[in-house]
Ligand binder design. Structure first.
Ligand SMILES: *[C@@H]1O[C@H](CO)[C@@H](O)[C@H](O)[C@H]1NC(C)=O
Ligand SMILES: *[C@@H]1O[C@H](CO)[C@@H](O)[C@H](O)[C@H]1NC(C)=O
Ligand SMILES: [Ca+2]
Ligand SMILES: [Ca+2]
Ligand SMILES: [Zn+2]
Ligand SMILES: [Zn+2]
Length: 528
């Protein structure tokens, strides 16, 4: 199809879609645009999404009318997450602005890290307060030694560079120091003819003979890229490539140009195993933020790199982590609280609002920090299910009103709901439920009472319901249990307000280390 022909076809299609849109039809590519006449934004966005690994290269060249809207919107949402803008799934102004911002060429969700990438709230003691911060790293992609050699293979093109060689050397050394200050890592510079672990080079467009090394794109767009250590790139593992079409600057506030120190410090982060972070304040945020005077490595990045290599044993009293004020907003769950809890295979599932979070045994978030929409995972899950438990057979049971819905917890694909008959004798709409696997007893909580249901005989255990504080010695009288779960050892946890109480398996007496503030422990919220 000729260029004119395709423009005409798009125009026609647009007209047709405009008509059909009046009838609430399926979403079309126009729905991804704030301004439906601005098709070129969509074309550019598709290329952007392909360049940074959100869609396949072929899909990046698809014409708008052939785009898969669902897939594109999902890609836009993911991109928005790493650009720290609202995840609308459409190309709104803030999103387009970020797409036009120069950035690192490394993918935000690298294919190499698919199975090992972790996202979590890192915990740290800060004063008396346990804080949790968000970082991202791929645990398998790190150096297996602490003493790393590097070399600067070449320098920016003399004829146009604003940087002197001395400045390149200085800023590179300073950028390495950012990382070595907080870890046991050391960096030793070797000469150009020697083999170095980390090779730092400048190049334009097609810049190495390395197969699959992405070409640079001229001025703007991609600033640089780097290769994770131990990631299958051979000699290029842990190397840093800077786009020599860029105008790099040295400690300057300029409208033109990009701060070299900041760019290379970010790339060295990748060369050590750090992936992109979604927090704008993080050094590993993928987009250029301009010159930052008096740069110190943010906490997120510090915790991330320390997760890979540990702390600097030679650091003075502190480990490089600043203990300054936390100006960032708290996790959304701090505000909203928890609706229900259940543990599946040692992973605690925390439900709040329409989303859920998974926590490892170390109380770190596994999966997206902003949570997963429950319905996206538990297909057709009814909004307003207020209690959930994991049954002896590993199935998740959600309750609402007099009904319950059973899901397979281990496989998303099999997560089909079954509406079941109601259970005899237990209250309608309990606020919490938990299951004792050894006894095959299920506890239902409502008001300040508890019902114990025998799954085998399918009837209430004699004597129930009872006041919760009578069954669980140590709970305050009249406690209203909002959420509850049992762990793999059969220990029982009850959440009352923000406090949670632990009752070891086989004992109906409170663990003396409890209660603890659940939101502080799990979401790093400010203590009440
Ligand atoms: C669009 O993409 C989604 C998600 O990848 C997929 O499930 C669906 O089948 C695709 N639709 C078409 C028409 O290819
Ligand atoms: C995201 O959306 C909310 C509400 O719609 C708005 O208040 C907020 O400013 C938006 N944030 C950004 C970064 O655009
Ligand atoms: Ca190397
Ligand atoms: Ca570029
Ligand atoms: Zn990067
Ligand atoms: Zn390269």
């Amino acid at each position: 199809m000729s260029f004119r022909g395709s423009v005409l076809a798009v125009a026609l299609l647009q007209a047709m879609l405009a008509i059909s849109r009046g009838h609430e039809s399926a979403p079309t590519f126009l729905d991804m645009l704030e301004d439906p006449s601005d098709i070129s934004t969509l074309v550019k966005a598709a290329r952007f999404l392909a360049t940074y690994g959100y869609i396949s290269p072929e899909k990046g060249e698809t014409s708008p009318e052939q785009m898969n809207v669902t897939e594109m919107s999902t890609a836009i949402r993911k991109m928005q997450r790493y650009a720290a803008v609202n995840q609308t799934g459409i190309l709104d102004q803030p999103t387009v602005r970020m797409m036009n911002t120069a950035r690192c060429g490394c993918h935000d969700e690298p294919e190499e890290l698919k199975d090992t990438r972790i996202e979590y709230y890192a915990s740290a003691e800060s004063g008396n307060r346990r804080k949790k911060r968000y970082v991202v790293a791929g645990l398998n992609f790190k150096w297996d030694k602490n003493d790393i050699t590097y070399k600067i293979t070449n320098y920016p093109d003399d004829s146009r560079s604003l940087l002197t060689k001395v400045q390149v050397r200085e800023d590179t050394a300073r950028a390495l120091k950012v990382w070595s200050d907080v870890t046991p890592l050391t960096f030793t510079k070797v000469s150009v003819d020697e083999i170095a672990d980390m090779e730092i080079l400048f190049g334009s467009y097609h810049h190495t003979d390395l197969a699959r090394d992405p070409t640079f794109d001229g001025p703007g767009g991609t600033l640089a890229h780097a290769f994770f250590p131990n990631s299958g790139w051979g000699e290029a593992n842990g190397d840093v490539h800077l786009d020599d079409s860029e105008t790099f600057t040295h400690r300057e506030f300029t409208a033109e140009g990009t701060d070299y120190f900041f760019t290379v410090a970010h790339e060295i982060g990748h060369a050590l195993g750090m992936a992109h972070a979604t927090d704008r304040s993080s050094l590993m945020f993928p987009y250029d933020k301009g010159y930052i005077p008096d740069f110190v490595l943010p906490e997120d990045d510090t915790y991330g790199i320390q997760l890979l290599y540990g702390k600097n044993p030679d650091a003075p009293s502190n480990d490089g982590v600043t203990t300054g004020q936390d100006t960032r907003s708290e996790h959304e769950v701090c505000r909203r609280g928890v609706d229900s809890l259940t543990m599946v295979d040692s992973v605690l599932h925390v439900f709040s609002g329409n989303k859920f979070w998974r926590f490892s045994e170390t109380k770190d978030i596994v999966g997206p920090v902003e949570g997963t929409v429950s319905r996206d995972y538990f297909e057709r899950l009814n909004a307003g299910t207020t209690a959930v438990y994991t049954r002896w057979d590993g199935k998740l049971v959600f309750l609402r009103g007099r009904n319950y819905w059973i899901y397979d917890a281990t496989s998303k694909d099999q997560a089909k709901a079954h509406k079941m008959a109601n259970l005899g004798g237990v209250p309608k709409s309990p606020t919490a439920v938990m299951h004792d696997r050894d006894q095959r007893h299920t506890y239902f909580f409502k008001y300040s009472k508890v019902w114990k249901y025998d799954e085998q005989s399918q009837s209430l255990v004699d004597g129930f319901p009872m006041g919760v504080h009578k069954v669980f010695d140590g709970l305050p009288k009249k406690s209203r249990v909002q959420a509850a779960f049992t762990d793999e050892q059969g220990d029982r946890y009850l959440l009352v307000g923000r406090q949670y109480y632990r009752f070891p398996n086989g004992q109906d007496q409170l663990d003396p280390d409890y209660p603890k503030d659940f939101l502080v422990e799990y979401f790093g919220c400010q203590p009440e």
